[in-house]
Design a protein around this ligand. Structure first.
Ligand code: IDP
Ligand code: MG
Length: 147
């Protein structure tokens, strides 16, 4: 996931991380960076023909972001559900976008939409050495199994 520039500027980073962390997912990598246009274009390549693409690239590069890799059972679905609908106006209250956003172009968080895109996106932001493999004793209380 990415904590987008608007969320960092508004001081929402901790709250956003906390909501996902509290679901039980484990942080295995994190990095703060300011994306450049080349990285933004690769990250959002799937949207390159959309009318909002230029606006999207210019927004995501406008100020630093925090990239985080979360690991855990059904991580993609859990994060997408916790994020809420892409358009904050449609996102349910109780979701991150539903609680903290108003505008589709300023929706505070990015989350990968499939395991396949997560693997590609992780590769754009992290080297394998920056991703941690560690055990938490609490995992057996969250899922009944160790990750
Ligand atoms: P997602 O972030 O929920 O996966 P996508 O459809 O993948 O949503 O779109 C990527 C990002 O592009 C969205 O998070 C949003 O910030 C931006 N976006 C999507 N649709 C529009 C639009 O119609 N106008 C401006 N920005 C948009
Ligand atoms: Mg998407």
């Amino acid at each position: 996931m990415l904590i987008k520039p608007d969320a960092i500027q508004r001081g929402l980073a901790g709250e956003i991380i906390s909501r996902i962390e509290k679901r039980g997912l484990k942080i295995v990598a994190t990095r703060m960076l300011q994306m450049d246009a080349a990285l933004a274009q690769r990250h959002y390549a799937i949207h390159k023909d959309r009318i909002f693409f230029h606006e999207l690239v210019s927004f995501i590069t406008s100020s630093p972001v925090i990239a985080i890799v979360f690991q855990g059972k059904n991580a993609i679905e859990i994060i997408r559900q916790t994020m809420g609908d892409t358009d904050p106006a449609k996102a349910k209250p109780g979701t991150i976008r539903g609680d903290f956003g108003l505008d589709i172009g300023h929706n505070v968080i990015h989350g990968s939409d499939s395991v396949e895109s997560a693997l590609k996106e992780i590769d754009l932001f992290f080297t394998p050495k920056e991703i941690f493999d560690y055990q938490r004793d609490i995992d057996k209380w969250i899922t009944g199994e160790d990750f």
